[in-house]
Design a protein around this ligand. Structure first.
Ligand code: 13P
Length: 260
């Protein structure tokens, strides 16, 4: 049985190039969404400099604003970092933590744990990314995901599980077009839920959304929801095309409507 309204997050990464183009993309998404009431939670995560401009374009909060990262300290001499109070002050309600593109640039499990600990002292949603670099025949990738997850979960109190989202993003599927099969995604979802249950108990684990990211497109979205049984998506490339992004949102809405 499904527990959650689907969550669809567009991770714009380091795109587009200018604030003008960001506003244009945001407005195009808003327009493509139309007026229909959708049973889907929608968020976009633009680059930091565009957040406050986009906040002004989203007075109804139909599209929530997410950040692509956060630094665990609140203020001070930390050149180049952005804190949670700063993000909250420009309307951010969710933050992506531990994306593989940041891990690849040296972000460690410990730093991710620190960011998570700060985030879960607030009421902001935390989208924690986990995922293996590659798959092997002997299933070692499960232990990679488990280690990333267990380290981050130490920073999440049991009282805040409704604001916890785990994004399973296998690195080999990001930006490559090589999407994981719905069966693989389902197996990993069950594995993640097992670890969550271990950590928080069954009732706690059921509060947590598990979403998928990695070459999600409108052509594979339905199967990933139906067979993969994920609670939503973290979308890179396809979130930069308003129509494609909104098609995926509509697919999630239809799925939510028809399934029990
Ligand atoms: P793509 O959808 O471009 O594969 O990116 C996935 C991702 O990394 C989202 O965070």
């Amino acid at each position: 049985m499904k527990q959650h309204v689907p969550l669809i997050v567009g991770n714009w990464k380091m795109n587009p190039a200018t604030v003008g183009a960001a506003k244009k993309l945001f407005l195009a998404i808003r327009k493509a969404l139309g007026r229909k009431r959708l049973n889907v939670h929608i968020a976009v995560a633009p680059p930091f400099p565009f957040l406050s401009e986009l906040e002004r374009l989203s007075p109804s909060q139909r599209i929530s604003l997410a950040a692509q990262d956060v630094f665990f300290e609140a203020i001070g001499a930390h050149t180049g970092e952005v804190s949670l109070p700063m993000l909250k002050s420009v309307g951010v309600t969710a933050v992506i933590v531990g994306h593989s593109e940041r891990r690849a640039r040296g972000e460690s499990d410990h730093e991710i744990y620190e960011d998570v600990s700060t985030l879960f002292k607030s009421n902001v949603t935390g989208i924690i990314c986990v995922g293996e670099n590659e798959r092997d025949d002997s299933g070692n990738f499960y232990s990679v995901v488990e280690a990333q997850l267990r380290s981050a979960l130490r920073g999440v109190p049991k009282t805040k599980l409704k604001q916890l989202v785990i994004a399973y993003e296998p690195v080999w599927a990001i930006g490559t077009g090589a999407v994981a099969t719905p069966e693989d995604v389902h197996e990993m979802k069950l594995f993640i839920q097992k670890i969550l249950t271990d950590h928080f108990g069954r009732a706690g684990a059921e509060k947590v959304r598990v979403i998928y990211g990695g070459s999600v497109k409108k052509k594979n979205a339905a199967a990933l929801l139906e067979e993969g049984q994920v609670d939503g998506f973290l979308i890179g490339g396809a979130s930069l095309k308003a129509k494609e992004f909104v098609s995926i949102i509509n697919i999630a809405h239809e799925y939510e409507k028809t399934s029990v």
